[in-house]
Design a protein around this ligand. Sequence first.
Ligand code: ADP
Length: 486
Amino acid sequence: MHIAFAASECVPFAKTGGLADVVGSLPQELAKIGHKVMVYLPRYRLTKLDNPRRVIRSITVPFDDHYRFCSVLDGGERNGVQFYFIDYPPFFDRDALYGTPLGDYHDNAERFALFCRAVLEATKILGKPDLFHCHDWQTALIPILLKTLYREDPGLAQTPCVFTIHNLGYQGLFPPEVLPLLMLPWDLFTMGRLEFYGKVNFLKGAISDADYITTVSKKYAQEIQTAEYGFGLEGVLRARTGTLTGILNGVDYSEWNPATDAMITANYSTDDLSGKAKCKQDLLKEFGIASETQLPIVGIVSRFAGQKGFDLIQQVADRMAREDIIAIVLGTGDREYEDMFRRLNKQYPQKFAVKIEFNNRLAHKIEAGADMFLMPSRYEPAGLNQLYSLKYGTVPIVRATGGLDDTIEQYDPATGKGTGFKFREYSGEALLDTVKSAITAFRDTQKWQNLMRNGMSQDYSWAASAREYGKVYERVKQGRPAPITS
Ligand code: ADP
């Protein structure tokens, strides 16, 4: 089948979070099982391309009283997947993808509307797909346009769209005036379509108009249909319940594998764990901590966003600093949490080591050098770091939500079964108690190594998930979307 992916980020071209990992890996897996995949991305300032060829010189995108003209670059083929980039420097040649620490870019609605229209127009020239697979609010206008303004376009009519929600917390909310600006009809501004408490909600429109909705874990697919996790869209999602399914994100083990990882000091595997001790020493050195310590290290690599549960750490940080554990933290994001971690680092330099930056090499070093990995998320659609942690023998401590709950099995010291430590209640106390249990378990080296091996032998590679996406595509193409049961 011929599938056109549209997304706002993709490894190795541009990344702020897990979406980029997914869009970097899934198309390759689909290509391996015989699908033809084209991936459409914006060309950002940081997108590095070798001699890109301009394959479409000009696409006209109308706005209320003016036209904008973008072009399309051929980014070449990688591992059987064709990449195209929508090039429009006034919108995408900027420092960041979505905004600055002070807030989102004011013209994000226009930026991604231009991207969506350009993708639709480009596919008419570069090859009409059997279906579109769109990701998150930035591409939500594609299913909306297909069902409205493009409905009668013979070049695209009847092309179905699968839409994946990677994070319901980001919906693309804009004032109603964006509708005339983007030349979208006012009749979309109803409760049954894009209207959401007086604003325009792109994601809501995509949920209504896509032919099939997927999200990135089975648990999250259930959670988003409840008031607690639905961000106000639970009703719209429940209305789609028969055509909504969760497919877990996989891991690209060619990048995240301690046996082959070139970014870490020493490689290791279940057969020989000795390299991990060297990685630990290297990590301590990298973060300026005395390297002869016997204490366990708990790693954190994350966007600093409310979703990630850092308010729980804030509640108990001073007590955590007195425990037999060292926290090594890498992340960027909300000012509040950047400042919190800076303060903890200043107050407890040997217990909270912190780097406020986005650094893939350090992310690998933390996965390899830490003993435990902490993800106390308020909600977590899939989560990738806990999967990387399993592979690196870095025992996950997680809150039991979304993909974290689906992928981490509570460790039972009596039977030796399980892969990590989980807590359910969203409280600092529950977090601290669980960290303490992990510290206690760490003291029994033999049992701890077995626990590490339990995790390292888990297989979350993409192949199985790609097959599930294949089933969804097949149903959608046949025009009879029905629930997928596996
Ligand atoms: P989310 O998509 O919500 O950010 P995921 O766990 O799905 O969460 O994916 C996060 C991805 O981003 C992982 O690959 C993680 O290693 C990476 N990442 C997050 N913050 C940083 C950082 N500061 N430096 C390097 N990589 C980071």
